[in-house]
Design a protein around this ligand. Structure first.
Ligand code: SF4
Ligand code: SF4
Ligand code: FES
Length: 216
């Protein structure tokens, strides 16, 4: 395979054609934060946390959803990128219960995020009650970042069942089942793939949820 030259943060690297900017930048040692991207599910381009600058392009692009090109010059760190990432993190933290998420806490600190500057949450997501409608896992959507990994894992990414879907739009978008049915009445086959790929702990194995409840 003929590798192609790409410059990441001033460093020349040789990339496989078809690789994403994220893969190549990570191999070059760049620390790009990601929320939605997952190799197994194919999820990419939703959260906008991985934005990078590419020479000649008018605006930052998501590294996880951009394919490298020969001679591409990528920059992963700048004041503008820091501001953009801070905003993404603030809006997630404003709308979502992130108290349990250690990684999110470290990003919020690293990017000096202040979610309160955006006022009150719009989505009501923090108020969503846990849904316990099956014997395998609980859906605690107050912790959900709307990353879509579970949808992709359930659908064409892994399982091919499409039991999950999105309801609402923009700030009010939320994960649910098709027609908001209990999972037991959806097409769910309880494969657990969605639980495996959820990055936030919003989908919790029942046993774990019960232990956590007992400990409270
Ligand atoms: S457990 Fe159910 S909802 Fe989750 S991926 Fe499998 S089939 Fe889909
Ligand atoms: S439940 Fe988990 S995997 Fe699904 S959208 Fe929310 S955070 Fe992502
Ligand atoms: S990780 Fe790239 S857009 Fe979410």
């Amino acid at each position: 395979m003929n590798l192609i030259p790409v410059v990441v943060n001033g460093l020349l690297v040789w990339a496989e054609p078809g690789a994403t900017v994220l893969n190549v930048a990570q191999k070059a040692g760049a620390g790009i934060p990601t929320l939605c991207h997952h190799e197994r599910t194919g999820t990419k381009g939703h959260c906008r946390l991985c934005l990078v600058e590419i020479a000649g392009r008018p605006r930052p692009e998501p590294a996880c959803a951009t394919t490298v090109e020969s001679g591409m010059v990528v920059n992963t760190e700048s004041e503008e990128l820091t501001d953009l990432r801070r905003t993404v993190l603030e809006l997630v933290a404003l709308e979502t219960n992130v108290e349990h998420d250690v990684k999110m806490a470290s990003w919020l600190e690293e990017y000096r995020a202040d979610p309160g500057r955006w006022g009150d949450p719009l989505s009501g997501r923090r108020e969503r009650e846990p849904i316990r409608d099956n014997a395998f896992f609980v859906r605690e959507y107050d912790k959900c970042y709307n990353c879509r990994r579970c949808l992709d894992a359930c659908g064409e990414g892994i399982q091919g069942v499409w039991a999950l879907s999105f309801t609402g739009r923009v700030a009010e978008a939320a994960v649910t089942t098709v027609f908001d049915l209990p999972l037991t009445e959806s097409g769910c086959v309880f494969c657990g793939n969605c639980v495996q790929v959820c990055p936030t702990g919003a989908l919790v194995p029942l046993e774990e949820a019960l232990l956590a409840e007992e400990a409270r």
